[in-house]
Design a protein around this ligand. Structure first.
Ligand code: ADP
Ligand code: MG
Length: 259
């Protein structure tokens, strides 16, 4: 490939390390994401997936971070707190297993979405409210105009998940960090939310880092997959390649295949 033609990666993580006190929970993690790419991050509970994603936004509590995480060449681990706030409000959004992690229980969901819209665009309150309803509609919330006035507790679990997704999209992120967004949902809803995320990814062209332990979801959603074990990335590659021909013993174990 000719050097000058190829765009650089959107995100380049080099040797990321995360330590809580004396406990090193993530070590030597390196991966890249191209614009618009869907990368799944898999691994057992406690392997460091959430901490890895949270570290990119410097939201991993009191963690000591090492290595680099370059977004367009800017190191997310070292930019100022002010620049980091701008990244959180614009370049990178995050959604969670539990929507109440992100939603404010004391403010109607439409207003929350409108507030995020106003961070990024010069909109009047009325314009922002209107756009918020439209955004809620694109996530498939029924009666979005009425639902925009609802508080999170008045919504069903699936609707809350959709409202959180609308809020994440309101900042028009180039990268969405999705931390097990379907895990807490009924099986019947999981597919719907996954399809919604896939549709929104296609429409917006955003890159998605999908954290999951559901290999079925990986097959259905992702282009590439990275496998974490005990804080390290042990394998990464195209989904079909890793699934059909896993190289690392841990990946084989995860896939339940015999070596
Ligand atoms: P996963 O998302 O893969 O289930 P996590 O990234 O949440 O795993 O956690 C990785 C390790 O980091 C676990 O051992 C967890 O207990 C530890 N950890 C996570 N957050 C903190 C924290 N704020 N303080 C101390 N240890 C933490
Ligand atoms: Mg987790």
């Amino acid at each position: 490939m000719s050097q000058s033609e190829k765009p650089g990666p959107l995100l380049a993580v080099h040797e990321l390390g995360v330590r809580f006190g004396a406990k090193q929970v993530v070590q030597g993690v390196s991966f890249e994401m191209a614009a618009g790419e869907k990368l799944a991050l898999v691994g057992e509970s406690g392997s460091g997936k959430s901490v890895t994603a949270l570290s990119l936004l410097r939201l991993a509590g009191e963690a000591q971070l090492s290595g680099q995480a370059l977004l367009d060449g800017r190191d997310l681990l070292r930019i100022s707190e002010r620049e980091m706030r701008a990244v959180r409000g614009g370049d990178i959004a995050m959604i969670f297993q539990e929507p109440m992690t992100a939603l404010n229980p004391l403010m109607p969901v439409g207003e929350q979405v409108a507030e995020v819209l106003q961070l990024k665009q010069a909109l009047s309150k009325a314009q922002a409210q209107k756009q918020a309803v439209e955004l809620l509609a694109t996530t498939g919330i029924p009666e979005p105009e009425r639902r925009a006035q609802s508080y999170a507790f008045q919504l069903s679990g699936g609707q809350r998940q959709r409202a959180m997704i609308a809020m994440a999209l309101a900042s028009r992120p180039r990268l969405l960090l999705a931390d097990e967004p379907t895990t807490a949902l009924d099986v019947s809803l999981r597919g719907q939310i996954l399809d919604l995320l896939a549709d929104l990814q296609r429409q917006t062209g955003m890159a998605v880092l999908m954290i999951t332990h559901d290999l079925h979801l990986v097959r259905r959603f992702a282009d590439r997959v990275a496998v974490m074990e005990k804080g390290r990335l042990v394998e990464q590659g195209a989904v079909a390649q890793v699934m059909q021909n896993p190289q690392h013993p841990y990946t084989r174990k995860l896939l339940g295949s015999t070596p």
